[in-house]
Write a protein that binds this ligand. Structure first.
Ligand SMILES: *[C@@H]1O[C@H](CO)[C@@H](O)[C@H](O)[C@H]1NC(C)=O
Ligand SMILES: *[C@@H]1O[C@H](CO)[C@@H](O)[C@H](O)[C@H]1NC(C)=O
Ligand SMILES: *[C@@H]1O[C@H](CO)[C@@H](O)[C@H](O)[C@H]1NC(C)=O
Ligand SMILES: *[C@@H]1O[C@H](CO)[C@@H](O)[C@H](O)[C@H]1NC(C)=O
Ligand SMILES: *[C@@H]1O[C@H](CO)[C@@H](O)[C@H](O)[C@H]1NC(C)=O
Ligand SMILES: *[C@@H]1O[C@H](CO)[C@@H](O)[C@H](O)[C@H]1NC(C)=O
Ligand SMILES: *[C@@H]1O[C@H](CO)[C@@H](O)[C@H](O)[C@H]1NC(C)=O
Length: 257
């Protein structure tokens, strides 16, 4: 009777475990980060792309994909030295036993001024950096940042804009104007989008610890109930044994006598 009672519970645990590992797998996508953080750079500059995933124990097992083709690099860091226009495009990485990362787009430009950002699309609440970068790192002065055609910030000396808690209102078309070698220059405009956070992602974050807690409770419950049943069965067995031992010498029946 005991195994029959337990099998639906065991099935449930198995299903929960399966769902749990499936979710963990799905969440373990590696991510690509840039150092320095700018995804738009000038020709001749350097940037390192780093793949962060679950490949901590396996060195040189990262795969890099540029514009859909695999690169020869297998280290978790991909160094782009003296960037050329062909280095532009889509980058993804893959660690063993994991899915591809979300793509990262790198742009290589040649201009006087370049409006750089840490990301063209950020989630609400994340940080965002914007920089008015001069060709060959030449000094830029009297920098004006524009957002949707209106002056956002003005500095006599160049400064980066840093937004620590991006909101949907920070979305817009940005560009900058500045003086280099006594001449005014204007960067190309860039659209920055701040995405509203989807609540179901939050739900998932709470769901997994909850699932672990449920599993723990179910597991402990099973363990205790199994132990109690075993003790109970042992008791019955012992009693039966005791009865059998007694039976060759039955108590004299007072009625028969
Ligand atoms: C992972 O990749 C497989 C195919 O390789 C795909 O079927 C699955 O949907 C991917 N999962 C996620 C979470 O992207
Ligand atoms: C990029 O790296 C190379 C090699 O380390 C170096 O020679 C070059 O000066 C660097 N370029 C910039 C713009 O820092
Ligand atoms: C990983 O690759 C780097 C660069 O190619 C190399 O120097 C290093 O020895 C490799 N490590 C292992 C464990 O293969
Ligand atoms: C990758 O794609 C970008 C734009 O889509 C292009 O500018 C670049 O030249 C491509 N590079 C290679 C190596 O295919
Ligand atoms: C902007 O940020 C970059 C990268 O963090 C830094 O190297 C640079 O000095 C900053 N520029 C200004 C003007 O603050
Ligand atoms: C970020 O901004 C949102 C909306 O303005 C606000 O609700 C939240 O408390 C802010 N978070 C931090 C850490 O400042
Ligand atoms: C940037 O956004 C503006 C208005 O939102 C739009 O008209 C323009 O086409 C966008 N530019 C790019 C390059 O996506």
């Amino acid at each position: 009777m005991a195994p029959l009672m337990e099998s639906p519970t065991l099935l449930c645990v198995a299903l929960l475990l399966f769902a749990y590992f499936y979710l963990i797998e799905a969440l373990q996508k590696p991510t690509v980060s840039l150092n320095p953080p700018w995804n738009r750079i000038f020709k001749g500059e350097n940037v390192t792309l780093t793949c962060k995933g679950n490949n901590l124990y396996e060195v040189n097992s990262t795969k890099w994909i540029h514009n859909g083709s695999f690169l020869d690099v297998t280290t978790s860091g991909l160094n782009i030295v003296n960037a050329d226009f062909e280095d532009s495009g889509q980058y993804k990485c893959q660690s063993p036993k994991s899915n591809e990362s979300e793509p990262v787009y790198l742009g290589v430009f040649s201009d006087w001024l370049l409006l750089q950002t840490s990301a063209q699309m950020v989630m609400e609440g994340q940080s965002l950096f914007i920089r008015c970068h001069g060709w060959r790192n030449w000094d830029v002065s009297k920098v004006i940042y524009y957002k949707n055609g209106e002056v956002l910030k003005y500095w006599y000396e160049n400064h980066n804009i840093s937004i620590t808690n991006a909101t949907v209102e920070d979305s817009g078309m940005y560009y900058c104007v500045g003086k280099m070698w006594q001449l005014d220059h204007t960067s190309e405009p860039l659209n920055i989008t701040v995405i509203k956070v989807q609540r179901d992602k939050y739900w998932l974050q709470f769901f997994i610890p909850l699932l672990v807690a449920i599993l723990f409770v179910v597991d402990t419950g099973l363990f205790i109930s199994t132990q109690q049943q075993v003790t109970f069965l042992l008791k019955i067995k012992r009693n039966r044994k005791g009865f059998k031992l007694l039976s060759p010498h039955p108590k004299p029946n007072p009625i028969n006598n």
